[in-house]
Design a protein around this ligand. Structure first.
Ligand code: FAD
Length: 698
């Protein structure tokens, strides 16, 4: 059969590529949206799909280049919405040339504080390669620890030339094949064009628009008496007087209407129709730290006896939390919509908008009220991205304020963006307070703010030990006031939970019970790896600081019950390295740990206190968990290399997990007598064997 099908002809007229994203917190999705938008400006067509929509695209048949943006979650897992896709491509029966026709580029997102940095992307990248797919562009690894955009922006910038090369090489191939076909099929006047050849038609290069209004008449140039230091609303030379390169203005894609009629009451389960959401009472709240401790740690006990929740120690679950009511009210006020808060919001995608697949309309329930939308659907505290600042500048009437917003989103203002927006965790409400002439329409917020994410917490109890209960612990997050925000504030979820349990009755021993139990909505997030070993005879080493002890309480309660129920069974040694600041103030679960030791569940517990006053004798006790690990390096090494033991790390990703990793490498160096590189390889192989497992959060 020789002929150009109508579809192939259409496809060759536009340069299209398939754009897939796998997202946990909405970042990959937002980046895919950005790529899609820039593609449009370049005359390219991106067909965008979530990796969860495996029925909507088919890599098996894909003829165009494929771009994948994928994040990492949990212990180096692909995000929830990519799990099905990853399972599919991991099928061992697939032949080696299964994706030989495929050309792709991949952007992996991760956080280098975690051991399995960008592993979600690496898994997909590796598997596509194993199945014969070839990259048309080098894989990017964006690090949330230092700022995703440091890699994302240049990666997207160079993606276009890589795609151009890819399209051009396809045209070349097409020509060659056409010529060959002309020779071999001289008697036929039509030629079959292999499907993966698209025609290069036009090149538009419009990425950044220079702004050079000359030195601005703005607050950026301090007047006499104004501070000479830059701040959120002020800049100093050279930034205040230079030409700026700012991002292209994103095209609006939403039409928003607020109807006068009152909206129906939306149920929280409509936010996650694919999840099984349980609304459960908080039976008890306990403060685990003293009043003068640096951080306040709370433990909540949920009553799950009326649910089908089936969790194992090591699993975590997600809590659906609202934005703080005060901030929602202020935002409504700033938007001039306070009197419409109960009105029903109707969203639709503008008819001419080309944006597909990743829209606010996907997750905002139909017919919800404006108040519900701002309370439960939108991450109003999210860090405003540069594209958002660019769009906000357009809505700002004061010339000086507009210029400052332009500076903050410009290439030249990168350092100011980091200092005054990123590092201070500035929200859109903070911006609207700081730039009073900025009056954005509601639609702009819906287009630029991500979905409000439920927060995850590790289960701190075992169902064997506490049937019908699910406990978790958390530190109440505090944000200090800063130059862009006068008031201190608490974390969205931990602030809400701590307020929720504050109005409780009957306080004794820091335990609060309730006259009317508050309720929260949760869904389970099972862990793929962070579980006790199936073979109970192998030893385990648990390392955690602060709230990182949480899953280990579940492990130990579980073991305690197993030991009672399975007499005659062999149980391996259990080591706990736990770090806190002070014996008096934040030694979490001290009594319970002593009980585990007394009944033999916990064979070794080593607690380090980082803020205890120096000892009277000469010998300083270890301050941090990693110091204690080094003291017991022989045992750690023996357990991991000779006894097939497991090494679990849980807690703060930023410092503890990294330091523990370094300590483990040091132990391997010393015990094996090898250099650091060789030791790192040995530690990596532990991870590959799934015996070095992390559950860390930032
Ligand atoms: P948010 O409002 O989301 O603010 C927290 C964010 O702000 C963080 O990104 C943090 O880096 C940043 N931040 C914090 N302070 C500042 C500051 N002063 N200035 C600037 N930025 C700042 N947490 C627990 O306490 N216990 C657990 O058992 C637990 N288990 C988890 C399990 C998993 C699998 C995951 C992914 C996370 C877990 N977390 C746990 C973390 C938890 O999900 C939340 O992130 C945490 O409770 C904060 O939520 P929040 O809404 O109160 O804070």
């Amino acid at each position: 059969m020789f002929g150009i099908s109508r579809r192939t002809m259409c496809e060759t007229l536009k340069r299209r590529f398939l754009l897939l994203y796998g997202t946990q917190q909405g970042q990959s999705k937002a980046i895919a949206e950005e790529i899609c938008q820039q593609a449009e400006q370049r005359g390219l067509v991106a067909d965008v799909f979530s990796l969860k929509d495996t029925n909507e695209f088919s890599l098996e048949k894909e003829k165009a280049p494929v771009v994948i943006v994928i994040s990492t979650t949990g212990t180096g897992d692909p995000p929830d919405d990519a799990q099905k896709f990853v399972k599919k491509i991991k099928d061992k029966d697939l032949p080696e040339d299964y994706f030989a026709h495929l050309r792709y580029g991949l952007l992996a997102l991760g956080d280098s504080e975690y051991t399995y940095f960008c592993n979600g992307g690496k898994v997909v990248d590796r598997r596509l390669e194993e199945l014969g797919a070839r990259r048309f562009y080098d894989t990017g690894y964006a690090d949330d620890c230092v700022g995703l955009e440091l890699v994302v922006e240049p990666w997207i910038k160079d993606l276009w030339s890589a795609l151009e090369r890819e399209f051009s090489s396809r045209v070349e191939n097409e020509k060659i094949i056409r010529e060959m076909n002309n020779v071999t099929n001289a008697n036929h006047n039509m030629v079959e064009i292999p499907g993966n050849l698209d025609v290069h038609i036009q090149t538009i290069s419009l990425e950044r628009q220079p702004v050079s209004d000359g030195p601005p008449p703005n607050k950026a140039t301090p007047d006499a008496g104004q501070e000479a230091e830059p701040s959120l609303v002020h800049s100093v030379p050279p930034l205040s007087s230079c030409s700026l390169n700012i991002p292209a203005l994103p095209a609006p894609y939403l039409d928003v209407q607020i109807l006068d009629c009152a909206a129906k009451e939306s149920d929280l389960s409509s936010l996650y129709p694919e999840k099984e959401i349980f609304t459960v009472p908080i039976r008890q709240a306990k403060t685990l730290t003293t009043q003068d401790a640096v951080k306040t740690t709370l433990m909540l006990e949920l009553d799950i006896s009326d649910t089908t929740i089936d969790f194992q120690p090591g699993d975590s679950f997600a809590v659906l939390c609202p934005n703080p009511p005060g901030e929602v009210a202020d935002l409504l006020n700033k938007l001039g919509l306070s009197d419409k808060k109960d009105g029903q919001v109707c969203l639709s995608v503008k008819p001419q908008a080309k944006k597909r697949g990743t829209l606010a309309t996907d997750y905002i329930p139909e017919k919800c009220s404006l108040l519900y939308l701002l309370t439960w659907c939108l991450e109003i505290r999210a860090l405003p991205k540069k594209a958002f600042l660019r769009a906000l500048a357009e809505q700002t009437s004061d010339v000086a304020e507009r210029r400052r917003l332009q500076e903050l989103c410009s290439k030249q203002g990168n350092s100011d963006y980091n200092s005054f927006i990123r590092d201070q965790a500035i929200s859109v409400l903070d911006l609207l307070n700081a730039f009073p002439s900025c009056r954005p329409p509601l639609g702009l917020l819906l287009e630029h703010l991500p979905r409000l994410q439920p927060r995850s917490y590790s289960a701190a109890s075992s169902r064997l030990f506490h049937p019908g209960k699910l406990c978790f612990i958390f530190n109440v997050v505090n944000f200090a006031p800063c130059c862009g925000r006068r008031a201190a504030r608490k974390g969205v979820c931990t602030g809400w939970l701590s307020d929720l349990v504050r109005g409780s009755t009957d306080t004794s021993d820091n335990i609060n019970t309730f006259a009317a139990e508050p309720q929260i909505s949760i869904f389970l997030r099972p862990s793929t790896l962070f579980h006790l070993p199936l073979d109970s005879s192998v030893p385990i080493i648990m390392v955690g600081a602060g709230t990182g002890i949480s899953p280990f309480m579940g492990f130990l309660q579980h073991r305690e019950m197993q030991r009672q129920q399975q007499r005659g069974c062999v149980f391996g040694d259990t080591w706990l390295f736990f770090g806190c600041r002070s014996h008096e103030k934040d030694y979490l679960f001290g009594d319970e740990l002593r009980r585990f030791v007394a009944n033999g569940t916990l064979t070794h517990v080593k607690v380090s206190f980082s803020r205890e006053p120096p000892c009277t004798d000469d010998k300083e006790p270890p301050k941090y968990v990693q110091d204690y690990l080094k003291v017991f390096s022989r045992d750690v090494f023996r357990i991991l290399t000779q006894e097939n033991g497991y090494f679990y790390v849980c807690g703060d990703a930023k410092n503890m997990a990294k330091d523990v990793h370094a300590a483990l490498t040091e132990i391997f160096c010393a015990e094996l007598g090898v250099d650091k590189l060789e030791a790192m390889k040995r530690v990596t192989s532990l991870r590959d064997e799934r015996r070095y497992i992390q559950d860390v959060w930032g």
